[in-house]
Ligand binder design. Structure first.
Ligand code: KG4
Ligand code: ZN
Length: 334
């Protein structure tokens, strides 16, 4: 069968990224221009600045991606672009750029859901991974537990009712004075402490999550006692949220009798969470549970994961025309 080469374009938040991926699995290039340094100053992503930065760099990022892959635009079979969810202005930059490129090259335009992209990040790190599996997507904008039945069929089993887990990490970091982006900083601080502070865990009858209660508890504890040990607070927060994640994943695996657990999204960079899921996989081994977590470089936002998801959309015949619009609240499977 002829190789299929997809260009992925990602601009949903504060990373401008273009990647070239062969057959949905082999990364030929994955160029990422991160705006973290720019937004750091404001303690979070400023949407208007994000859009402007995407506009300034996207063409250069695309050219670099082609050069690193050693191919020309002519050799590409399709252009996959993140349609949503994300910041509307940021999505519009990538979407408009992809439409322009599709128009001038006459290559098909393939829309991709960013959350489905995070799931597909695992196909790049684990060449033999195939659905079905239970996938936990933990990122700055999303916390979803999804039954991935095949490459295109997703059933949401649970999701956060308030904050995304990454948002809670970022807020805790800000409250204890660690700055933005918070996740990696909380993880580092937690390594110096002990998880000895009791924090409230939220569970529901179904497989939903909630992180606003624990976030508020951390804020209140810090407010009441500014001398509280921040390393212990970070370690306790990290342990508590991990417990909440693991409880629901274990329930889902048992309810759906699945053999594989897959983790995705920026928060899955966290080594405590990765190790805890290793332990869970060990504990559940009686049922031959396999655990899959993407390589760190495919956890946070990147275009290679968009190209991987784009490949599966491409072979399924999914196309967009020049009326493609950004959908900031696009749901998985839509
Ligand atoms: O997937 P991602 O790059 O963007 C979204 O689609 O949201 O995730 C970014 C989130 C941020 O909230 C960041 O703080 C969190 O991932 N993150 C982490 C770690 N590295 C990134 N959270 C906890 N521990 C980490 N090591
Ligand atoms: Zn993301």
């Amino acid at each position: 069968m002829k190789d299929i080469i997809i260009m992925g374009i990602e601009s949903s938040c504060d990373e401008t990224s273009v990647a070239i991926v062969k057959n949905g699995r082999e990364v030929l290039s994955n160029v990422i221009n991160s705006q973290i340094k720019i937004h750091e100053e404001y303690g979070g992503v400023v949407p208007e600045i994000a859009s402007r930065c995407h506009t300034e760099v996207i063409n250069g990022v695309m050219k670099k991606a082609l050069k690193e892959a050693g191919i020309t635009l002519n050799e590409i079979d399709g252009i996959a672009v993140t349609q949503g969810p994300g910041l509307v202005g940021a999505l519009l930059v990538g979407g408009s750029y992809a439409k322009g490129l599709s128009f001038v090259t006459n290559k098909p335009l393939v829309p991709v859901n960013h959350i489905e992209g995070h799931i597909a990040g695992n196909y790049l790190s684990h060449k033999n991974l195939k659905p079905p599996f239970i996938c936990l997507i933990i990122s700055g904008g999303h916390t979803h537990l999804v039954h991935v039945k095949d490459y295109h069929t997703f059933e949401i089993l649970g999701k956060t009712r308030d904050d995304a887990i990454g948002e809670a990490f970022d807020k805790v970091a800000r409250v204890v004075g660690l700055g933005y982006p918070g996740g990696p900083k909380v993880e580092k601080k937690a390594k110096e402490g002990n998880p000895n502070i009791k924090l409230p865990l939220t569970h529901f009858e179904n497989l939903d999550f909630s992180f606003s209660g624990i976030k508020t508890a951390v804020i209140n504890l810090n407010h009441k006692d500014p001398n509280i040990n921040h390393a212990d607070l970070c370690a306790s927060f990290q342990k508590a949220v991990t417990e909440m994640l693991m409880t629901n994943v274990e329930k889902a695996v048992k309810m759906y009798n699945e053999e594989k657990i897959v983790i995705a999204g920026g928060v899955s960079c966290n080594s405590y969470i990765r190790e805890s899921f290793d332990d869970l996989a060990e504990k559940l081994k009686i049922k031959d549970i396999n655990l899959t977590i993407p390589n760190i470089k495919y956890c946070t936002d990147n275009a290679a994961m968009i190209a991987a998801a784009g490949y599966y959309n491409y072979i399924e015949g999914k196309r967009a025309d020049l009326s493609l619009n950004a959908i900031p609240n696009l749901k998985i499977g839509e």
